[in-house]
Design a protein around this ligand. Structure first.
Ligand code: ARG
Length: 569
């Protein structure tokens, strides 16, 4: 697809003898369409060219010999060149490209041959599945798809929290109280209840914590009974998570969690020792990070056991060896910021600067209700993700029952819309912000929601159905799509690839989510202003074709976010 930015840069380069690439990086998209399609700030060149910005602007405007089929006209406002591109060219460029690439429109291969390791979801087995893990699952899942779409090879790792003191707690609790709970059905609920009860009772009774340590030590030492119990808990927990993952359509390439590194930590500890990084401190073995304004990174506790950071270092070394990654992304809550800073620093100090610089913690905010209160934090009152998703589906089923009871595949539509609403709500604001979880808001079909985008998509489909045919690109006269609303929509479609690349660069799926809202709203304006099914077949073909292109981009976009698109709703 031609790059208008690049064409403009080329033309300015011919006049100024400044590198195209540099010029291209200065080109802006004006805040509103009245100021042109692109703007070039001439003051950026004032120093190099030793001329005043308005003089530069004048010279460029006079000398530019860009093909008229690309630049339509240029205006000068306060040292800026406001550049208007040829609209017919734009329309032709975008619609032709979509007709050729279809659901691959917007993709690229900038990532070819490069691995991106994405660490996401990672619930802690035996502890309640925290709602924060929903965020990690959804954000990580979107990044996985976005990177793949740009040609990278995404590797999704569910680094299960399947090792640690929480197992000691559950095992000790189980031995004490198992008769009080029902293990014949829904055993996972009973396990969780035991965990929650244990953590409450140990606050009053520190002896319990001691007991949990003993149990965990037995597990670490390979005691047969404890290992059996551990395996059982891990198995039923995973089965339980799978139900949620299935609803969310979440897939992972690896489930190597913390336990997988149990026998791989000695090597890391050895390496740290050899490299002179381990220091003794109050009985623990630590890497001193005071030079970098951080508390020491504990590698071996005073009780002689390894911890979370040790396991993350072992897994990083494993990921370097296995994947030689271009990027390693950790989609984990903001409260672990320090942990990752420490781990990446230690990796660097170990001599792996190249890989340390490719690691990135991708944090996100809490989930709160509309009053700003944290969800899922109340003691013993854990929110089950599966229940939330099912509730969403049920609510949508009710809406369908009221509005469109005769629709085919009701259940499937309700699932796509209900789950989509939850996913979109999670991704529609920049991830570091707290996510507001409010049923009325996230299911509002008129709001900035997943259902709204799906609804607009379904409209594009029903228009084609109403017309009774799908026009071909050869039937489209590009010159008839000149209304402001059509051009606005097409300009947005033109930017799709740039949007996806920027979402990857910032690890911010909300950039795609906001974009989809813009596209849907823009098309909706077009559609409200201009009849699509009309007498004039030339106009009808062109408008229908645009509708179908909008549909293609909306569908590709929501799928990048991990949602599914219904054909009817
Ligand atoms: N299981 C951890 C938690 O829930 C998250 C793990 C994140 N990944 C990692 N490599 N540390 O807090």
């Amino acid at each position: 697809m031609i790059s208008f930015k690049n064409e403009i840069a080329k033309s300015i380069s011919k006049i100024t003898n400044i590198e195209e690439k540099e010029l291209e990086s200065y080109i802006e998209i004006p805040p509103n369409n009245d100021l042109g399609d692109y703007a070039f700030p001439c003051f950026k060149l004032a120093k190099t060219l030793r001329k005043a910005p308005n003089v530069i602007a004048q010279e460029i405007k006079e000398q530019i010999d860009a093909d008229e089929t690309i630049i339509e006209r240029i205006e000068i406002i306060g040292g800026y060149l406001n550049i208007y591109i040829n609209k017919e060219k734009l329309v032709q460029t975008v619609l032709t490209e979509i007709s050729e690439k279809k659901e691959m429109y917007g993709s690229s291969n900038i990532g070819q041959g490069k691995n991106v390791v994405i660490d996401y979801s990672a619930p802690n087995i035996a502890k309640p599945f925290h709602i924060g893990h929903l965020r990690s699952t959804v954000i990580g899942g979107a990044l996985y798809k976005i990177y793949n779409f740009l040609g990278y090879n995404s590797v999704g790792i569910n680094y299960l929290g399947d090792w640690g003191l929480q197992f000691g707690k559950v095992m000790a609790g189980y031995d004490m109280w198992k008769d009080e709970y029902d293990f014949t059905k829904d055993e996972i609920q009973s396990i969780l209840k035991i965990y929650v009860r244990f953590t409450q009772e140990e606050k009053e009774n520190p002896k319990l914590t001691e007991k949990a340590r003993e149990y965990f030590k037995k597990l670490e030492d390979g005691n047969k009974k404890q290992v059996e119990t551990w395996k059982w808990i891990r198995k039923i927990s995973l089965e339980n998570y799978q139900k949620t993952y299935k609803l969310l359509n979440a897939k992972f390439d690896s489930y190597n969690g913390e336990s997988y590194y149990n026998d791989k930590m000695d090597a890391v500890v050895e390496e740290l020792k050899e490299k002179g990084l381990l220091k003794e401190s109050e009985g623990a073995q630590v890497v001193n990070l005071s030079e970098y304004d951080m508390p020491p990174c504990i590698i071996i506790t005073s009780a002689g056991t390894t911890i979370y950071a040790t396991r993350d270092l072992a897994s990083l070394k494993d990921r370097i060896n296995k994947y030689d990654f271009e990027k390693a992304i950790y989609v984990v809550g903001n409260e672990q910021r320090l942990h990752f800073k420490q781990v990446f620093k230690v990796l660097e100090l170990m001599g792996y600067q190249k890989y340390a610089s490719r690691c990135e913690h991708v944090p996100f905010g809490l989930v709160v209700d509309k009053n700003g209160e944290k969800i899922g934090s109340r003691k013993g009152n854990s929110v089950f993700l599966e229940d939330i998703l099912k509730e969403a589906i049920q609510k949508v089923e009710k809406i369908i029952e009221e509005k469109n009871p005769n629709i085919e595949n009701k259940e499937e539509v309700a699932r796509k819309v209900g789950v989509g609403a939850i996913i979109f709500n999670d991704l529609s604001n920049s991830r570091i912000k707290d996510e507001i979880f409010d049923w009325d808001m996230l299911l509002n079909f008129q709001g900035e929601t997943g259902p709204y985008i799906q609804y607009i998509y379904v409209r594009t489909r029903s228009l084609l159905e109403k017309a009774g045919y799908e026009p071909k690109i050869d039937d489209v006269d590009f010159s008839v799509l000149q209304e402001k609303e059509a051009i606005d929509t097409i300009k947005l479609l033109y930017r799709f690839n740039e949007i996806v690349e920027s979402a990857a660069q910032k690890n911010e799926p909300s950039i795609v989510a906001r974009y989809l809202i813009d596209v849907a709203q823009s098309f909706s304006t077009f559609y409200n202003e201009h009849k699509i099914i009309t007498e004039d077949k030339t106009i009808q073909n062109a408008r229908l074709y645009l509708s179908s292109c909008v549909g293609t981009v909306l569908k590709t976009g929501v799928e990048l976010l991990g949602m599914e698109m219904p054909e009817k709703m």
